[in-house]
Design a protein around this ligand. Structure first.
Ligand code: SAM
Ligand code: SF4
Length: 475
């Protein structure tokens, strides 16, 4: 992957802030969009070159409907040609919602006395995970409020409990984390427990706006949060996830800043973020927030397509905050991971007959409460390949940011075969007959499309092993 960085007003140094708002605003005010420029930028991205801030600003400033279509088509082609049709599935598990911060947009904020506070103990975590395994989940993200109780040791313990639960053929093979920023020592303790990605969202990168949402508590320190994933890197966590909460400030600024953050991590650690998240504000318990910066569906779709083109190698996560119809549409513009069967009320996975309902028990309202199987079934219908693959991090293939993207044949050699094998496990162990039939037909089609006969043969042999009860085979 070729990337020629621009010169920034604040040079990138590890653990030093890197956002200059004037610089970003300047790019946005100067960039003009013409048909030729937009097409050139899309072509650059399709040839696997990262976009610089000026180019991203040009795409952002594109308002002609036909050109926006070209951007979306570019993102669709990039996804199709480079990533194929795999969608990785995971589930969030909220461990505790006590919080000493008071983020005005969040149902867990300390001043919200309507919130029902709860922290799962080991037994409850165990039971929640048994339920998750019973539905076929293999990958989790554990989520925590920011509270003194949720120390690095506490978080590491919950990760270990998660990995220890084995029910039937069920097991959790990758645990990611979304929790408050830590010191380097804290990150090290959590790394020891064997985590995948550590996610921290900056919420908004525009400090003046950030201040108004985070008035007190640890999170009020903008730069401490901004540099948190540098500390994670220093602690040896080379798999980090960035994100912005869209609706807090002008989306154009935050898209630029996400790309700037990516450049910073590349410049300092030679590895960009493993994932980018782009949650939009949803209703929450006692939410009272101005809607000035809320992002409509059209802009949301556009910004996702722009991010796909700007950072072609990075995983992109679209959560159940968004409704099913929008997720189905947006998937094609470059999303690589979605959650399925999501429940965000504390302790709710064991209550198998209840859907999310009580806003005071969760962080916000989700808008897609389809079961994991419903999602898998619909993905298969759409000719997408559901995947529970956890191979790369277990094989030590982490860090190198352009791995999937730039090693020739990587997707065909590893990703597609592992998606097929993990889907096959799901079909054997958890799928109702109707989904299983469709799933096996899709697997046949995928095998047919592979051109390497040797890989095809090996996958076929492994599928036989899976049908005979062997589990957790990967490339
Ligand atoms: N407490 C930790 C922190 O703030 O870093 C963990 C993150 S929080 C449990 C997960 C993310 O949810 C936040 O970073 C924020 O982006 C998002 N979030 C908070 N309130 C939200 C809302 N009302 N709608 C959608 N997403 C929200
Ligand atoms: Fe607490 Fe995180 Fe919610 Fe802020 S976003 S109130 S830190 S849980």
């Amino acid at each position: 992957m070729q990337f020629t960085p621009e010169k920034y007003s604040i040079p990138d140094e590890p653990m030093k802030p890197f956002i200059d708002p004037d610089e970003i605003l300047n790019y946005l005010s100067k960039a003009t969009s013409t048909k030729e420029k937009v097409q050139e930028i899309i072509a650059k991205s399709l040839s696997k070159k990262r976009l610089n801030l000026e180019e991203v600003a040009t795409l952002i400033n594109t308002n002609e409907p036909e050109l926006i279509e070209e951007i979306k088509n570019g993102a669709r082609n990039l996804k199709k040609n480079i990533y194929g049709n795999r969608i990785v599935l995971f589930a969030p598990l909220y461990i505790g919602n006590k919080c000493s911060n008071n983020c005005t947009y969040c149902g867990f904020r300390s001043s919200n006395f309507a919130a029902t506070r709860m922290t799962l103990d080991d037994k409850q975590i165990f039971e929640e995970i048994e339920s998750l395994e019973d539905s076929g989940q293999k990958r989790l993200i554990l989520v925590y409020g920011e509270h003194e109780q949720y120390s690095p040791e506490f978080i590491a313990n919950s990760v270990r409990v998660a990995y220890s639960v084995k029910k039937g053929n069920g097991e959790i093979r990758r645990v990611n984390i979304n929790a408050a920023p830590l010191e380097i020592e804290g990150f090290k303790i959590i790394k020891e427990a064997g985590i995948g990605t550590f996610q921290i969202f900056q919420e908004t990168y525009f400090q003046e706006a950030y201040k108004t949402y985070h008035i007190r508590g640890r999170k009020a320190d903008f730069n401490y949060r901004l540099t948190s994933l540098d500390r994670a890197q220093e602690a040896g966590i080379d798999d980090v996830g960035i994100g912005a909460l869209f609706g807090l400030y002008d989306w154009r600024f935050d898209v630029m800043a996400l790309v700037r953050h990516t450049n910073h991590l590349e410049a300092c650690y030679n590895v960009g973020p493993h994932t980018i998240s782009f949650p939009r504000i949803k209703d929450a318990s006692m939410l009272n927030l101005g809607s000035k910066y809320f992002v409509n569906d059209d802009d949301f779709t556009k910004l996702i397509a722009i991010l796909r083109l700007a950072v072609p190698y990075t995983g992109m996560i679209l959560t159940a905050r968004e409704p099913a119809h929008l997720r189905n549409e947006i998937l094609q513009y470059g999303v690589s991971q979605i959650d399925g069967g999501t429940k965000i009320e504390l302790g709710s996975y064991t209550k198998t007959d209840e859907k999310n309902q009580d806003l005071h028990k969760g962080q916000f309202r989700i808008n897609d409460d389809r079961s994991l199987n419903e999602i898998i079934d619909e993905l298969i219908e759409q000719k997408m390949l559901p995947s529970f693959c956890t191979s790369c991090y277990r094989m030590g293939r982490t860090g190198e940011h352009f791995m999937e993207f730039s090693i020739p044949g990587f997707i065909k050699r590893f990703c597609t075969p592992n998606a097929i094998l993990t889907l096959a496990e799901y079909l054997c162990d958890y799928a109702p007959q109707q989904t299983a039939d469709k799933g096996w037909a899709l697997i046949e089609k995928e095998l047919h499309a592979l051109d390497d006969e040797k890989i095809k043969q090996t996958i076929r042999e492994r599928l036989e092993l899976i049908k005979h009860g062997k589990r957790d085979i990967y490339f």
